[in-house]
Design a protein around this ligand. Sequence first.
Ligand code: HEC
Length: 120
Amino acid sequence: MRIRLLIISVSLLASACYYDKEAILYPETNCVPPASPSYQADVVPVMNQFCVSCHSGNFASAGVKLDSYTEVMKYVNNGQLVGTITWASGYSPMPKNGNKLSSCNISKIQAWIAAGSPNN
Ligand code: HEC
């Protein structure tokens, strides 16, 4: 089951990132921020791969749940989503005890927020 989830999230990530001349701007992963950012396509796969293991269910770390649009929006609106994933001072760096998200994944989430966080 874990393996299947991993394969699904890896293939989602791979299909969301494609090679383009703009990859020069994002050499780390050859990933281009989406032109029309989408919650389902750009945010959910990142949350599922890096955050939901600790942030869902009754025992969610710090009471923070990141497994639904409504819950994620709380941390968009209070600035903690971007603060934690960019490791900004004053926020706990997330994923906890893990590596920082790739600049590709961070830029996808920032592009989605800049587009008004559409629920699509
Ligand atoms: C291994 C478990 C774990 C993972 C994975 C994890 N978190 Fe956390 N998260 C925590 C814990 C524990 C806290 C409580 C604060 C602390 O201990 O630093 C927390 C707190 C938070 C908070 C509350 C703000 C704050 O500064 O305390 C936010 C927002 C957050 N996490 C977002 C995320 C995001 C986004 C991801 C994925 C990129 C993520 N977390 C991945 C364990 C985790």
